[in-house]
Ligand binder design. Structure first.
Ligand SMILES: Cc1cc2nc3c(=O)[nH]c(=O)nc-3n(C[C@H](O)[C@H](O)[C@H](O)COP(=O)(O)OP(=O)(O)OC[C@H]3O[C@@H](n4cnc5c(N)ncnc54)[C@H](O)[C@@H]3O)c2cc1C
Length: 416
């Protein structure tokens, strides 16, 4: 039995998902502990591209995506990389990924994504209120740029999916595009603007500001490496490198590492570490007004407090392989082509692991067959955006409140 000092909920993982979940639980009166081997928001939540897109509804797996993969893999500057020794291990996930891209599955996936993305800016502003760091979230447009005007085709499936869901879009070309982003090379003839969204000036800084707020609200932070979970009465024992911890209810929010922990309980989930890189140009000499997506190169550039951050790449090499920072360094050349006045002299390289499910939807809610065990992981490319609503949904579920979204698409056992 848990004693009085045992918090009502123990969250494993102090990334942006764990932190937002802790805040939403605390707002409902729960006592909460957050356990992480590292300081808060230093995993994927530190180095992402900072796009806070309330309109994210297009999954990574789309019909016909497989046709592009061989070309991407052969191109050293391409958006997808595979370490060949890892290929047999990732194959089952890839097959599920391709199955998720069937056209008939897209509407359900798109709506499930939107269920978590829509309120992102409003909820970040709510959580950041009073921290002194409110300015870390800015209003933005998401500028999707194309070299050739004819490629910016609003009849393409991904844009149609957005239009059908009332995403505010505008096609701009030539001078109108230059007005939106003066630093962009005239080689880029057109862009589709996704309006009314946000961008983060320091994604990791947002996580740290919210962690400070959480601590001030009485949330305990335990700096430990989690090794295993064991059922104990109606609750759990968490085995850590600093000894066991008793827990009443557990939320697993360890990002890309969550699958490994659950495997120890016999819970299988297709979760890949989709490794992404960023390069910060510390003294860029230019300023970007918005998040800019290079659609063909599949990377994002944005002005942040630390400089211009260029982020992207999907590298499949497993959780533990060492970073290959060549994947970050190629961004210098690619970004220079986009922004000719960019100074690429002084840089910081980074790699982080996106926790990716095959269908671009995270796993949220209780784990069937395991009382008082909940999950909040698998946010892939859109976890910075989805984190605040994830926290809200998971906290409501634990509190037994009525939910404003259908939880079925997020069930951990949906993969069969
Ligand atoms: C290059 C790149 C660009 C991206 N761009 C965007 C974007 O523009 N917009 C967007 O919405 N999303 C973006 N993302 C995705 C987003 O960053 C992630 O989905 C999100 O950060 C996941 O948050 P998390 O809290 O689940 O995981 P993490 O931030 O990785 O946190 C997991 C935590 O668990 C802890 N942990 C793991 N194992 C253990 C253990 N055994 N014991 C104790 N602690 C443990 C880790 O230390 C870490 O703190 C991007 C990601 C990358 C890599």
């Amino acid at each position: 039995m848990a004693d009085e000092a045992t918090p009502d909920v123990t969250i494993l993982g102090a990334g942006i998902v764990g932190i937002c979940t802790a805040l939403s639980l605390r707002e409902r009166g729960f006592s909460v502990a957050l356990v992480d081997r590292d300081p808060p928001a230093e995993g994927a939540s530190h180095g992402n591209a900072g796009s806070l897109s309330p309109w994210s509804c297009v999954p990574q797996s789309m019909p016909g995506v497989w046709k592009s993969v061989p070309g991407w893999l052969m191109d050293p500057e391409g958006p997808v990389a595979l370490r060949w020794a890892y290929a047999p291990r990732v194959l089952p996930w890839v097959l599920k990924f391709l199955a998720a891209g069937r056209e008939d599955r897209l509407p359900g996936i798109a709506d499930a994504m939107l269920g978590l993305t829509r309120p992102t800016v409003e909820l970040y502003r709510h959580h950041l209120a009073g921290t002194g760091h409110e300015g870390l979230v800015r209003d933005s447009v998401y500028v999707h740029v194309y070299r050739k005007a004819e490629s910016a085709n609003l009849n393409a499936l991904a844009w149609r999916m957005r239009s059908e869901r009332q995403v505010p879009l505008e096609l701009v070309t030539g001078e109108a595009l230059r007005e939106v982003e003066p630093a962009l090379s005239p080689e880029y003839e057109a862009a589709v603007l996704i309006k009314q969204q946000g961008r983060a000036l320091d994604p990791g800084g947002i996580g740290k500001a919210l962690a400070e707020k959480a601590a001030a609200m009485g949330i305990a932070f335990e700096r430990r490496a989690v090794q295993a979970l064991r059922p104990a009465g109606t609750g759990w024992t968490i085995e850590t490198d600093a000894g066991p911890m008793a827990a009443e209810r557990v939320v697993v929010a360890m990002g890309a590492w969550s699958g490994r922990l659950l495997a120890g309980l016999g819970v299988a989930v297709p979760l890949e570490a989709e490794r992404g890189y960023h390069l910060i140009l510390k003294d860029p000499g230019i300023r970007l007004n918005n998040c800019i997506m290079n659609v063909e190169g599949k990377f994002v550039a944005s002005s942040m407090n630390a400089g211009v951050r260029v982020a992207g790449t999907a590298e499949f090499a497993g959780l533990d392989a060492a970073p290959d920072y060549r994947r970050a360094r190629v961004f210098a050349r690619m970004a220079k082509r986009m922004f000719p006045d960019l100074n690429t002299e002084d840089t910081i390289e980074w790699m982080g692991r996106r926790p990716s499910t095959p269908d671009s939807i995270p796993c949220l809610g209780p784990v069937p067959g395991h009382d008082n065990l909940h999950v909040a992981f698998g946010h892939g490319h859109t976890g910075m955006t989805m984190a605040p609503k994830t926290g809200d949904v998971v906290a409501r579920r634990i509190a037994g409140e009525t939910l404003d979204i259908d939880m079925a698409p997020y069930r951990i056992d949906r993969f069969g």
